[in-house]
Design a protein around this ligand. Structure first.
Ligand SMILES: Cc1cc2nc3c(=O)[nH]c(=O)nc-3n(C[C@H](O)[C@H](O)[C@H](O)COP(=O)(O)OP(=O)(O)OC[C@H]3O[C@@H](n4cnc5c(N)ncnc54)[C@H](O)[C@@H]3O)c2cc1C
Length: 321
């Protein structure tokens, strides 16, 4: 574009402003990881944590494998995060396949290890008949688990919420009642299942507020690394994949760079749209990869990014003196 064709009055005097970020919005963020199964995966997780740590997340959570299979790895991973970093770790805990006593013992082990934040979930059954059958002496639903955890110790508890309704819920209203039960049982906040249409989340938030829920409901954001797998996963958890999103990723299987740009741009757009409607906090499903999440957080401006920028500026100022 030549100088004469540049739009008039478009220059900003605020040269310090990061290009895409609204100057008055700082995003609070948190990150989800899964426990590694092999030494190579462990290395990858720690590299991811090191790259995302400077972004100053409010907390980082570690999942509990489907069927409750990763109990030991989840505990080890959150303990290591607590002992080796300044991050607040949150341990996911599910009701699957365990008695109340066994789950309470796991909770006590977390408390004794200094872990104060639990993401309390019902969990999904191991693949048998696909239906959920609670352990005969177990917690039947996440709301029962929240109450049980609160009896063990004064944990900070997060729970799951479903903007597009949990697939096994009797109705949207029943699902919302369930969310309220979990929060009334003592949960501090909810984190949502991922979604791709931000209006689904905003409508859900409106319904939750109308139902008297005042606690934070943090949107869960999934940066897309593999579109086909995302579609499969979305089917299982009842999240819609809009046609426009499929069109954006069409034919990008062998184009990792373009795919990464599209994934970052769509997630940033989604978060920015939510920011303009007052949402200030985002939870990222990182899948133990840092690249996309770090790029998205930079563009949203996180408190940590400001600190990094400030530190660089101070170093430059000192060099000039
Ligand atoms: C942020 C987040 C993190 C997750 N992390 C994990 C993880 O680490 N490990 C894992 O295995 N899974 C995880 N999941 C998946 C989760 O376990 C599944 O979605 C599971 O099917 C439901 O868990 P919940 O805690 O939402 O269950 P609940 O809140 O108990 O709800 C389960 C279903 O039962 C219904 N329900 C609840 N109470 C009643 C009642 N009294 N009567 C009738 N129906 C009722 C609800 O409407 C819903 O349909 C996560 C999901 C999210 C959103």
């Amino acid at each position: 574009m030549s100088a004469s064709t540049q739009p008039q009055n478009s220059a900003t005097s605020d040269n310090e402003r990061i290009i895409f970020a609204p100057a008055d919005k700082i995003a609070k963020v948190s990150f989800e990881f899964f426990p590694p199964k092999t030494p190579a995966m462990e290395q990858k997780l720690w590299s991811t944590i090191e790259h995302l740590r400077p972004l100053a997340p409010c907390f980082v959570s570690v999942t509990y494998g489907a069927g409750g299979g990763t109990q030991a790895q989840t505990l080890e991973t959150v303990k290591r995060i607590r002992n080796k970093t300044d991050l607040e770790p949150a341990a996911h805990l599910t009701c699957v396949g365990a008695s109340r006593g066994e789950i309470d013992d796991v909770a006590r082990a977390y408390w004794d290890a200094g872990i104060r934040h639990i993401v309390a979930l019902r969990g999904d059954p191991p693949k048998t008949d696909g239906r959920y059958h609670p352990h005969p002496d177990g917690y039947a639903y996440a709301s029962d688990l929240v109450a049980g955890l609160k009896r063990v110790a004064n944990f900070k508890v997060s729970v799951a919420a479903y903007p597009e309704v949990h697939p096994q819920a009797d109705s949207a209203a029943a699902d919302l009642d369930n969310l309220k039960r979990k929060l009334d049982a003592g949960a501090h906040q909810a984190i949502t299942q991922f979604f791709f249409n931000p209006d689904d989340y905003l409508r859900f938030l409106d319904r939750a507020r109308a139902a008297g829920i005042s606690q934070p409901i943090i949107p869960g954001i999934l940066p897309i690394t593999n579109f086909e797998r995302t579609v499969e996963f979305a089917k299982m958890c009842g999240a819609k994949v809009p046609d426009w999103l499929a069109a954006l990723f069409n034919d990008l299987n062998d184009e990792p760079v373009a795919r990464g740009f599209v994934a970052a741009a769509t997630a940033v757009e989604q978060c920015r749209y939510l920011q303009t409607r007052g949402v200030e906090e985002f939870h990222f499903y990182t899948l133990n990869r840092y690249e996309l999440t770090a790029a998205i957080c930079r563009m949203l401006r996180t408190p940590g990014l400001d600190r990094v920028t400030e530190a660089k500026k101070n170093t430059q100022d000192e060099a000039r003196l």
